[in-house]
Write a protein that binds this ligand. Structure first.
Ligand code: GUN
Length: 280
């Protein structure tokens, strides 16, 4: 039976460290969160970010824009926030309504304030291992892996999913720690067989209960990035928790695993951004 990795506890520690550093250093840090439209899941995430900011002593500025917001209006707001000295980090909650060009929006955010690490400049820096910010969800997954005491170096690591937000940067962070990394996706042949090789398996597919016990090696560390809402309203991950937890050595639950870590990394990145900007 696997040990459950407690994302709430690990994230609480990180947020406490951020809070203490801000308090002791008398650091002024501000995060602007922009949400467009009324997607209920995005609303929940944004509220959680606000609460975390309050806990850490980071000033949060929320901009809730209507569904029909135009590119021109959104880019104008980003320009204003880029120039606002009280704003150290800017996060535009994704996904955006269809009329908005996500890529162009991300590229408009100043790389120095891009606390999601989505801007091409920051993605490039991550590729070569010379970064200020790590992308929030993958960095949170790495912290959870570290919390198990398992060393990534030399391990077979399999990431299922190749999104720009999770899969690709996750693979890079595992590679930075000398893992032997395979990235699987919808065109991968013999997916179950590839997954069974993994000492560390990261599921970021977006399909409920996608990873079953037959896809998991005995003793593997299993990190579940999925947050799927079932018809009955319950949250469930990409991993079939009940059966996989019989086989894994460590496993993250949903909720209470990766989710809280994303926000903790965001707090850390906002503090980093503030420290850099306050010294300019
Ligand atoms: N939507 C889902 N995850 C994220 C994230 O990490 N950052 C932003 N900006 N939007 C998201």
């Amino acid at each position: 039976m696997a040990q459950i990795i407690d994302g709430k506890a690990v994230s609480a520690k990180i947020k406490e460290q951020v809070r203490d550093e801000i308090a002791h250093g008398n650091i002024k840090a501000g995060l602007a969160v922009v949400i467009v439209g009324s997607d209920p899941a995005s609303r929940v995430y944004v509220n959680n970010k606000k609460k975390a900011c309050e806990f850490c002593g980071i000033k949060s500025f929320e901009y809730a824009l209507p569904e029909e917001t135009t590119m021109e209006q959104l880019l104008e707001l980003i320009d204003t926030l880029n120039n606002d000295k009280n704003v150290n980090g800017i996060l535009v909650q994704l996904p955006l309504p269809k009329q908005l060009d996500e890529k162009a929006v991300i590229e408009r955010i100043s790389p120095k304030k891009d606390v999601d690490a989505f801007h091409e400049t920051n993605v490039g820096k991550i590729m070569i291992g010379n970064y200020s910010f790590l992308p929030c969800t993958p960095a949170g997954c790495m912290e959870l892996i570290h919390s198990t005491g398992v060393d990534v170096a030399g391990k077979e690591c399999v990431v299922i999913g190749r999104s720009n937000i999770v899969g690709k940067p996750m693979a890079m962070l595992l590679l930075h720690e000398n893992g032997t990394v395979t990235v699987c996706h919808s065109k991968t042949k013999n997916l179950a067989e590839v997954c069974r090789r993994a000492d560390i398996l990261v599921a970021a597919v977006g399909k409920p209960n996608f990873v079953t016990a037959d896809m998991v090696k005995e003793g593997a560390v299993v990190i579940d990035v999925g947050i799927n809402r079932l018809e009955n309203g319950k949250l469930c991950g990409d991993v079939k928790f009940d059966e996989v937890s019989e086989k894994a050595s460590f496993i993250t639950p949903v909720p209470g695993g990766v989710g809280p870590m994303t926000i903790a990394t965001l707090m850390k990145n906002t503090l980093t951004a503030a420290k850099i900007q306050n010294h300019e």
